[in-house]
Design a protein around this ligand. Structure first.
Ligand SMILES: *Cc1c(COP(=O)(O)O)cnc(C)c1O
Length: 225
């Protein structure tokens, strides 16, 4: 089995190929390594290979790893569901939160962001799946929530995150990303520069539709239990 640094290299070359195939600028897509359920030593191995951005879904697990890896210059992204009693810790210990899906959560993150830190980067999670899924706002709610969250002082609204229902067909994988990308572009807010689109199973389709951050776990760290 390939090592984590070998998989990282392979993944970065797959991302570059997808960028070129879509006539995208090489380097325009950031790899976010999703390390949920994986030990700190797996993060350390990817770090040795040059990876700096890591994504976690569960707060307690993430805080523990952050402590173990305190000496590493890691940019931490939170990508999991948010309970309102966790916002203070998120606002304190993360650089990015991708999964904001209500004004209340955004307001709490803004008011609880320590003022000695730069504004917290956030994405709004949008549910563009045809299936009835759990998290995320609808496309119709997007313009208003963008307007409201953009005004919060200690947040920096960067864009949107989506987790479409899994599809095997490339064209079907592209469709929801295309819809959301166009909806964001219609808002004509140039500061919305982030499309957190794509996981192990659909990263090529996501890059074809404008992804700027792919969130990859399995292809880098192996299957989760
Ligand atoms: C687990 C997870 C990922 C990574 O999924 P893989 O299929 O393992 O690449 C990406 N995004 C979110 C929100 C996740 O929860």
């Amino acid at each position: 089995m390939p090592t984590i640094p070998q998989r990282l290299k392979q993944l970065l070359s797959q991302i570059k190929d997808a960028e070129l195939a879509s006539l995208r600028q090489p380097g325009s897509v950031l790899l976010l390594a999703v390390s949920k359920t994986k030990p700190a030593r797996a993060i350390a191995a990817a770090y040795q290979g040059g990876q700096r951005h890591f994504g976690e879904n569960y707060l307690q697990e993430a805080l523990k790893k952050q402590q173990e890896l305190g000496a590493y210059a890691i940019t931490w992204h939170f990508i999991g569901p948010i309970q309102s009693n966790k916002t203070r810790a998120l606002a304190t210990h993360f650089d990015w939160v991708h999964s904001v899906d209500s004004l209340k959560i955004a307001q709490r993150l803004s008011s609880q962001r320590p003022t000695f830190l730069p504004p917290l980067n956030i994405c709004l999670q949008v549910n563009i799946s045809d299936e009835a899924s759990k998290s995320g706002i609808s496309l119709t709610e997007l313009p208003l929530l963008c307007e409201q969250t953009a005004k919060l002082p200690n947040l920096k609204l960067r864009g949107v995150m989506a987790i479409p229902a899994p599809q095997h067909d490339f064209e079907q994988q592209r469709r929801p990303y295309k819809t959301l990308y166009q909806a964001v572009k219609k808002l004509k807010q140039p500061e919305l520069d982030t499309f957190s689109f794509g996981m192990t199973g659909d990263l090529n389709a996501a890059i074809a539709e404008g992804s700027t951050i792919v969130r990859i776990g399995t292809a880098l760290f192996g299957e989760r239990n």
